[in-house]
Design a protein. Structure first.
Length: 525
């Protein structure tokens, strides 16, 4: 059991497999990113990935969090190369349309920037004390707290032409083409990071006497052994699910979305690129709208117990303003969604990442973040020997369970606060579908604004700021109490608001539209 861990086999490609490979190889395969990106320092870790050529990529969701900037930089990828190759654009958050009650002026933002002065004080409590929600003329919390709603409403970029690699004047992630992103990562992993690609299909899994995986059997490459196996085989979960039989925890009672229709939409006369993912509520779900540099990615996620696929297609077509013939030419793609995750994420000498570990729904684009987080946890705590693997896997599982359930709570927050009356929305917002933790949080936040002390982990998937943006964007009411009306809070908040206004006045004249900046980047050779 004290056998050294010197080899890793990733089963499955796609975004999960190749992003995991890049993160692990950058930290453990001994490459540097100087003039010669392919130089090794002989760390001894051998990383292979087996990819079946006939397995299609699911590619659900094309949005990332700002964490992707750090990930790409850490694996030695230049931002301009990534933007060009993956038809990527800048994402500064999400805009939710029609989620509160479906009225004409029903929209709010969940921006990526933290509220001004977030590390110093709770600006949301000041907003509750002063603006309140009874005054309809009051400035929205997100508009008061950070510049990004202003930037997004004008389709402005978060970067200047002079901004350096992965830096900008506002926080940002990306919208990207999942298929080209996977191929881009593959080329980088093989050519720059020394990942060994095996093009073959796994047809069997053989165990050691202690229950660990000894090797996988392939159609043409024989038996392939490793010390640590990473299951990135998608919904099939060949290793963790099929071989080990780790149960799948169905979360459809909390997240009733179970289907999606996705299309790729070419730009027409209006070639503007939105700075946020647009999520527009529908009768039994919602539509995502993502602007890339070359096209839009648009999809309708819904619950098929309330609308049929045909009805969902009509709603998506109406959203796009297309006739039936034009819509069918887009070749709509149907995707089944089963929300949930594995009971255990790392069992014996096998960990699952990506769809093999689970999937919730595209809301808030958590899928790629979970890949990044899981791969980084394994890379940061890579077991030296098989003996330490059991301790590290136990900690990995504990953190993953916490993170996945807290993401469900945050996704539920969007539904729980809705006042829409369609049957789907009544089910999705029912108190009985909320976790006890979320119920307690909502009860607490009726009395005081969310703050960092309300959360248990230092690496929460969504910080207190995210809850503030969604709560007050959806019209949640927090009662103002005199105990929170302190001169210290007032002075801090006034200073923060003035700083935000000053920053906005400095930024806005300097930034260009997303389209202008991306066209310039893509035109550079």
């Amino acid at each position: 059991m004290s056998k050294p861990v010197n080899s890793i086999l990733i089963v499955g490609g796609g975004t999960a497999g190749w992003l995991t490979a890049a993160i692990l190889a950058a930290k453990h395969a001994g490459h540097n990113f100087g003039e010669n990106n392919s130089q090794k320092n002989n760390s001894g870790m051998h990383i292979s990935l087996i990819e079946a050529p006939d397995i299609p990529i699911i590619g659900v969701g094309e949005g990332t969090w700002p964490t992707m900037r750090g990930t790409l930089h850490s694996v030695g990828i230049k931002e301009e190369d990534f933007l060009k190759a993956c038809h990527a654009s800048f994402k500064q958050g999400s805009k939710f349309v029609g989620w509160k009650d479906g009225s004409a002026d029903d929209y709010y933002y969940h921006p990526f920037d933290l509220p001004q002065g977030f590390l110093e004080g709770n600006l949301a409590q000041y907003w509750v004390n002063t603006a309140g929600l009874d005054n309809k003329a009051a400035t929205s919390f997100s508009k008061m707290a950070c510049p990004q709603e202003h930037l997004c409403e004008k389709d402005l970029s978060p970067k200047l032409r002079s901004s350096g690699n992965y830096s900008g004047v506002a926080n940002y992630g990306y919208h990207l083409d999942a298929g080209t992103f996977s191929e881009f990562l593959k080329a980088h992993c093989v050519e720059k990071l020394g990942v060994h690609l095996i093009k073959d299909k796994v047809i069997g899994v053989v165990s050691q006497d202690n229950g660990d995986i000894a090797h996988v059997q392939t159609e043409h490459s024989g038996d392939i052994a490793a010390d640590l196996f990473i299951d990135c085989s998608g919904f099939r979960s060949l290793l963790l699910g099929q071989h080990f039989g780790i149960p799948f925890l169905d979360k459809s009672a909390e997240l009733p979305i179970n289907s999606a229709l996705a299309v790729q939409v070419p730009y027409g006369e209006d070639r503007s690129i939105k700075s946020a993912t647009i999520s527009t509520a529908q009768e039994a779900g919602w539509i995502w709208d993502i602007g890339l540099s070359t096209r839009r990615g648009v999809g309708h996620v819904y619950c098929d117990r309330y609308v049929s696929q045909q009805q969902a297609a009509v709603q998506l077509r109406n959203y796009l303003g297309m006739n039936e013939q034009a819509f069918e030419q887009l070749t709509p793609r149907s995707i089944d969604i089963k929300p949930g995750y594995r009971e255990t994420f790392w069992h014996k000498n096998c960990a699952a990442i990506g769809l093999a570990a689970g999937f919730l729904e595209p809301l808030e684009a958590s899928a790629m973040m979970l890949i990044e987080a899981s791969a980084n946890m394994i890379a940061d705590q890579m077991p030296v020997t098989r003996t330490s693997m059991d301790v590290l896997s136990k900690r990995f599982n504990k953190r993953c369970h916490y993170r996945w359930q807290r993401i469900i709570d945050f996704l539920k927050l969007h539904y729980a606060l809705s006042h829409r009356q369609e049957p789907f929305w009544r089910e999705a917002s029912a108190e009985s579908s909320l976790s006890e933790r979320l119920k307690e949080d909502l009860q607490l936040w009726q009395q005081q604004a969310p703050w960092k002390t309300d959360f248990d982990s230092i690496d929460e998937a969504f910080p207190a700021a995210s809850y503030q943006y969604v709560l007050y964007g959806m019209g949640f009411k927090t009662q103002s109490h005199a105990k929170f009306n302190s001169p210290i809070l007032e002075n801090f908040s006034r200073k923060a608001i003035n700083n935000m206004a000053r920053n906005l006045s400095l930024i806005t004249p300097k930034v260009e539209s997303n389209r202008t900046l991306l066209d310039m980047i893509n035109a550079n050779s």
